[in-house]
Design a protein. Sequence first.
Length: 583
Amino acid sequence: IVLSPSGKLYVTGGYFIGGEYQLFVGCINLNTGNFIWQKRYALNYTIGGKIEWVNNQLLVSFEHTTNGSNWSNGFAEIDSNGNAQTVRLVKFNSISFENLPSGINSALSSKGGWGFVGMNNGISTPNMSLSMLNPCDSNFCTIVKTKFNSVNNTGITLGNTKGTMYYDGKFASNLTPFLKDVGFNQSDQCIACVQPIPTRFNDSLVCKNDKRYYKIADYAAKVLWSDGDTSHTKAFSLPGTYTLSLSNACGTYRDTFEIRAFPAMTAVIPKQLEVCNGTPVWVNGQQPLNQSYAYRWEDGSTNALRKITNLGTYILTTSDLCGSRNDTIRVFSKLPLPVIALKDTAYCELPVRFTQRILNYGVDVIWEDGDTSHIKDFFDLGTHSVTISNSCSFKKDSFEIVLQSPPEKVLKDQEYFCRENGIVLKGRQPNAGTFTYTWSNGVKGPENTVRNQTTLALTTSNACGSRTDVVEVLMSNCDCEMCIPNAFTPRNADGRNDGFKPSLDCKFVDCKVKSSYMRIYDRWGAKLHDAPISEAWDGTYMGKIVPEGNYIYVIHVVYDDMVSGNRIKTESGCVTVLSGNNP
């Protein structure tokens, strides 16, 4: 077997078919182990022995016979696709030159030529003999002067005739074997001539201000670099593509190689990194290029990948064949999410178009409809919401878009209050929206507490307009008052506090009522009782006593004309229904 420079494996041997061996050569793909091609050559009874790779072709030695008794050495030149170019037998006339065992006693000379050692059957006592294929050019290649002592001590002198073969100092004739399957192109040209010894250079990298040296091993060959230099040793410092030509009398060898600048290391870790407080983070300082790098952090660790659990500053030193670089990363905690504070808004008429802005572009935004824009227009009334987040937390907020009307009248023209109590004037607008309230006495806001008789003006404004209401506040003597209990016990029926109604004689006894009503509601607004105040509520609804708890009352009384002061009173509040049982 022989391994070619391209990485293919070539094998030779014998292929037995039809009662005889044929020379066999095959090419194998080392990655898969499969044959790329297989060929056999019908040269009578022939067995392949040794195979060599020379000058981009195969030289195969073999053992050959035509009659089964006289064996001869032979060799063939075969290209890389298995096509035979030249076939020769090493034989002196009909006398055999036998190679034992078959085909392996041969060697290729680095100076040119191929030698065989075999057994000479041409004399009475067979002995060891040498056959040598001469180099191509005796003026260039070195003629090997050697002496081989056989058993009978026969001396061998090698001649220098170009392209001939010698056997025991005698000329050996060429033999054209009988060919069955393939045709061979016989040639009188030089056989097994060694061309310049290939010097294959791999592509390489060179550091800045550094040099790469290349040395030619074959000092007998003429050298020509692409820049015209003819030195056998050459230094390169600049990137580029270079060619080499080696030549001698037998041929020319060419090679092309590339020198590239060693790639500079790059910054692969950020200078700053925000993390959630207390959350570990992995930092990878691995250089992206396929080179040999050494890594060392400031704590002595040597892995490019590092888990950082504390805030602070970290330094990574990366080294290669050309030098080193330092990268610094500062790990700090993310700031808390800002307050969103979306504002409600009101429109006086349709259509609606309202723009909301999340101006912190360091957070992720998602609105209720899935939109992720930081600035968004809204065209629909109602409540809208947004969620902002980062890798640590999230916040949610909402706002409302309402359709607003101009301010409307909410104050009466006249209001009465008892001298000793004062009155709270309530001017809040009933509709949703943003309003401003300004009273003529300087009070801001919808409510104004008055304790003296006066006349006040309230100006109410919004985006849809403004209005001013005037109210006359009159003070009166209130001769009659209502006293309203805050709890009663209808369930125990003991004759005390079994019913609920206001008392009109808590201050004066002569408080006659012209008309009145008392209404009771539960917490859901259902009316449970509606009757004049003279009829107490017995705590029942539809014939059953209501559960314990709080209930709402509204009491309206219009006093008789004989009562002075404010004769119309309306009171509301809560009354508690208790069980009345002793603990």
